[in-house]
Design a protein around this ligand. Structure first.
Ligand code: F6R
Length: 595
């Protein structure tokens, strides 16, 4: 969601190349417009090139532009104002002295506008432009650093900002609150971006800006301050290029590649968390969890579905009570907590703003927090007491697949680390990896998808743990194919929603649990009687000869890792069939950094 890249260097690297290649790497976060500002040495002025649409448009627009030693760029995911060229970043201040790119949401921008900027003329409908205009207003009384700091102190909400003062082409100003921002350096200059991925190839080491901080960056001189203008320490870390870069290889889409990577992700997790055949998690985490009287899992979207499976596993394996909450709800309506709660945040990106809001509230109450994330350098990994890494490798497709599988695998290891009688984690997870592998080796779902998804709606049903897979399957299908889909507890359908079943409505059932298999099959009869077109996904142990997709058996608590795979592929092929942009579905973002 919104990407920012800025570069200032000696003249060896062209800022245009660094910024545009960085923006391309951030495309996966989801966006609808893009833009860049570069210094034009001949006319000694900064120019802005921007438009709605893809970064490639900006690459084409700037093809003949002379090299520049400084530039800032942005991919926008619209929040304030329509998807138009005027609303795309970068934005000017009124006199065009300041140029700014911004990721985040300024919650009090209307108040600021009416209090300080009554007489200003605006070029866009964005909250961002208010920041540029405020800096310009204060620059009439103060020097630039003080003007920016005065502005930052007034802002409520989230921001990662890059600011250029056009009268000084040797400096980029950066500031951060809530939205992520990292600064990397090399002998060629300084790159500042919202994601480490954009620094790869241009920086050897980096530091992550902290909230309410401000940076003044020149090619060879970087200073960081708090909002009182007091200097801050910059703790640089090495960039491990292998961990952050990802190539598409021979696959047509990242989503397909990531689905096929799932068995190796599971094996990597085993190699990181299982030793001498026993699950091993940091002792402090285990002790804190054992001392707690209830575990609260907080997450959003796909990660929340993994949380449901995690609840089921922890409760069955350890008998400890677990609650799962939607992060955006929990942040503003906390339920009555038990005396010693333990919090687990599940997040692929580690940057989800709804979760960050929860984290800040929970930390205020001094409760222990563990983040389970794929990005160990992320905000939520840094700010929790502990984190567990998913080791899924970069997930580029917006629709989460391998991170979901990894979340369940890590939760399974965690649940087993809490008991004196763990399952054979290595054996059980290997069985899952083999089952997925054998399905992927022989799958032929493109035809099924062709037949099934020319319809306008679809239902996934399942009971118990399969219900969670139904929720995840339905989210995956709707987010990339735009087919209206619902995931339902199979027994609940008849209490109202069955009214929507008509001739040829697709109903896909997931049946992995022997004890309730017959109940789900009765629910299927109910929809068949009303004309539904059904598809059954089962395991060998729950299968009947005419089931459509029969997967190799695994432990029943791990069945969601196996049964979800055909549903991921069905979604993929449905979107392919419809000619959609699979890796970058409309309206979605990979890192949801606004609340
Ligand atoms: C769906 C998807 C989203 C994310 C959700 C939370 O495929 O990716 O539903 O799961 O936005 O994001 P993270 O896991 O980064 O906190």
């Amino acid at each position: 969601m919104c990407g920012i890249v800025g570069f200032i260097g000696n003249n060896k690297k062209d800022a245009k190349d660094v910024v545009l290649s960085g923006l391309k790497k951030l495309e996966y976060r989801g966006y609808d417009s893009a833009g860049i500002s570069l210094f034009d040495q001949r006319f000694e002025t900064f120019k802005i090139y921007k438009d709605f649409g893809r970064v490639q448009k900006i690459v084409d627009l700037t093809q003949k532009v002379d090299p520049s030693s400084i530039g800032i760029g942005h991919t926008r995911w619209a929040t304030h104002g329509k998807v138009t060229k005027d609303n795309a970043h970068p934005h000017y201040s009124e006199s065009k002295r300041f140029i700014i790119v911004h990721n985040g949401v300024i919650e009090n921008y209307e108040e600021l506008k009416s209090q300080y900027l009554k007489n200003s003329n605006f070029y866009s409908e964005t909250d961002t432009e208010v920041i540029a205009q405020l800096i310009e207003t204060f620059s009439k009384s103060f020097n630039v650093e003080t003007a920016i700091l005065t502005t930052l102190k007034l802002l409520e909400g989230s921001y990662a900002l890059l600011v250029i003062d056009t009268s000084d082409p040797e400096t980029i100003y950066a500031a951060k609150n809530k939205s992520p921002l990292v600064l990397g350096k090399s002998k060629d200059g300084v790159t500042i971006a919202s994601d480490l991925m954009a620094l790869v190839g241009y920086a050897n080491e980096y530091f992550a800006l902290v909230d309410h901080s401000f940076v003044v960056a020149k090619a060879k001189n970087i200073k960081s301050y708090n909002l009182l203008h007091e200097p801050l320490q910059m703790n640089y870390l090495k960039i491990n290029q292998d961990e952050v870069s990802a190539e598409l290889g021979t696959y047509q889409h990242y989503m397909l590649k990531e689905i096929y990577e799932q068995p190796s992700v599971i094996r990597r997790i085993v190699s990181k968390y299982v030793f001498d055949d026993l699950p091993k998690i940091d002792k402090q985490i285990i002790n804190q969890m054992k001392q707690s009287d209830r575990i609260y899992i907080l997450a959003a979207g796909t990660s929340m579905h993994a949380g449901y499976v995690g609840k089921r596993m922890v409760e069955e394996i350890t008998n400890m009570p677990v609650e799962v909450h939607i992060a955006s709800e929990f942040a503003y309506h906390m339920p009555v907590l038990t005396r010693n709660p333990y919090f687990i945040l599940i997040t692929q990106s580690g940057e989800t703003a709804d979760l960050r809001a929860c984290l800040l509230k929970v930390k205020k109450l001094n409760h222990p927090v563990l983040t389970i994330t794929n990005v160990k350098t992320s905000t939520l990994a840094r700010e929790a007491d502990h984190y567990l890494e998913l080791f899924a490798g970069p997930e580029i497709a917006v629709a989460s697949t391998k991170a979901y599988i990894a979340q369940i695998a890590v939760l399974y290891v965690l649940a087993n680390s809490l008991t004196d009688a763990p399952y054979d984690v290595k054996y059980e997870l290997e069985k899952v990896a083999k089952s997925i592998e054998s399905f992927l080796d022989h799958q032929n779902l493109a035809n099924i998808a062709h037949d099934l998804f020319l319809k306008r709606n679809c239902f996934y049903i399942g009971r118990d743990i399969d219900y969670y897979t139904a929720l995840e399957a339905s989210l995956k299908l709707k987010e990339i194919s735009y087919i209206q889909t619902e995931g339902f507890a199979a027994g609940e359908l008849k209490h109202g929603t069955i009214a929507l079943i008509e001739n040829n409505t697709p109903v896909i059932a997931i049946i992995s649990n022997k004890t309730i298999a017959k109940n789900t099959r009765s629910n299927l009869k109910e929809v068949l009687a009303r004309g539904a077109q059904t598809l059954i996904i089962s395991l060998e142990k729950t299968s009947q000869p005419n089931d459509d997709i029969i997967l190799k058996d695994c432990h029943e608590l791990l069945a969601p890792m196996v049964t979800v795979v055909p549903t991921q592929l069905l979604s993929y092929y449905a979107a392919l069939e419809r000619g959609l942009d699979i890796d970058k579905p409309r309206n979605l973002a990979k890192s949801v950094t606004v609340e």
